[in-house]
Design a protein around this ligand. Structure first.
Ligand code: SF4
Length: 332
């Protein structure tokens, strides 16, 4: 059976875009692949961005990301969930891949260009980021990689690195396939300005662990169909982000009711938002309660991460042995 690998950035509280776009998919794949699905909080990647990896918060954010994923239903006893820096083989393999990868190919990466555009001094780690990502995936010989579409170029490079390694040192790594979840791209920010994104700040996001009254305050003032000026004006749910959210959180009869009543001004926007809030509350309350339980029992989370790292290393160690031998390192 093929393995699944996905890296999760420890960058603050996940929002509903992360939840519907990635986290729910992890749970689904976890049920399908069991221990062969590996999820890794990528703290080594996080430190390539000094602004997002303040040492005062990095450990807490890593811990919180584990809590959030466990709270949405990822069961660490059923999948392999760990922290990247707890498995040093990632760095060892990344170095070997760094030595195989032309600088020109790394400089071509769109994300690298975007991230460095505003920097006066570029950390070498930012350039090597895709080599570390290739190591994350290939260390487990993973065949399935659930990612966002912005990672297409990195996955292509991973496949290229696998081919190059196999060509130089003999058949070792499979070429992984990216599995995209397009739902993530369609979730608009609550401020109405494009896709929901952490980089745009809290006004764009609805956090899955955000207090529900704060969620409501954001929904209350969220933009609706701009053509619907008065309560008596018919609206068009197809251009309204509140209707997009209904499709995520509400049951079918509610979605249908909003779809019909909005168009004939049979429902006002405030009532429509209140109905949405019922779905949001039903959805997020059990997740938030579970997160509270996990935070109250930090040793459970730490033990689960220690166990996950052990399981990951049990897969990684023989792969690294094979790699060291093929690369030609002296064995003593
Ligand atoms: S009734 Fe609902 S779907 Fe229609 S414009 Fe108002 S908030 Fe949007």
């Amino acid at each position: 059976m093929s393995r699944v690998f996905s890296g999760i950035q420890p960058t603050g509280e996940p929002h509903i875009g992360n939840y519907f776009g990635a986290m729910r998919n992890y749970v689904r794949l976890g049920e399908q692949y069991g221990k062969q699905s590996l999820y890794c909080v990528v703290d080594l990647h996080a430190i390539t961005n000094p602004a997002a990896s303040d040492p005062r918060y990095l450990a807490a954010r890593t811990f919180d990301m584990a809590v959030a994923n466990f709270a949405v239903g990822l069961d660490p006893s059923q999948v392999t969930f760990f922290v990247q820096s707890h498995v040093p083989e990632h760095q060892e393999l990344a170095w070997i891949f760094t030595c195989l990868t032309p600088v020109g190919e790394l400089e071509r990466m769109t994300q690298y260009k975007d991230k460095t555009a505003q920097l006066e001094s570029v950390p070498a780690g930012l350039l090597m980021y895709p080599a570390l990502m290739a190591a994350d995936i290939l260390l487990y010989k993973a065949g399935v990689v659930p990612v966002g579409e912005d990672q297409t170029q990195h996955i292509e490079l991973t496949r290229e690195i696998a081919r190059k390694f196999n060509h130089h040192f003999g058949e070792t790594f499979p070429e992984p396939q990216a599995v995209y979840n397009k739902e993530a791209l369609r979730i608009p920010g609550v401020d109405g300005h494009g896709k929901m994104s952490k980089s745009k700040g809290e006004t764009s996001t609805l956090g899955i662990l955000e207090p529900l009254d704060s969620v409501w305050q954001k929904l209350r003032v969220a933009p609706t169909d701009p053509a619907r000026v008065r309560r008596t004006d018919p609206g068009n749910p197809d251009v309204c982000l509140i209707f997009d959210y209904h499709k995520l959180f509400s049951d079918l009869p509610t979605i249908e009711l909003v779809n019909v009543e909005c168009r004939r001004a049979g429902i006002g926007c405030v009532d429509c938002k209140k109905k949405l809030m019922e779905g949001v509350t039903a959805h997020l309350t059990p997740i938030q309660e579970r997160a509270e339980e996990l935070r109250a029992d930090p040793s459970y989370v730490r033990d689960a991460l220690a166990q996950g790292a052990q399981e990951a290393r049990a897969i990684a160690a023989p792969v690294m042995e094979e790699v060291r031998e093929k690369v030609g390192f002296l064995k003593v």
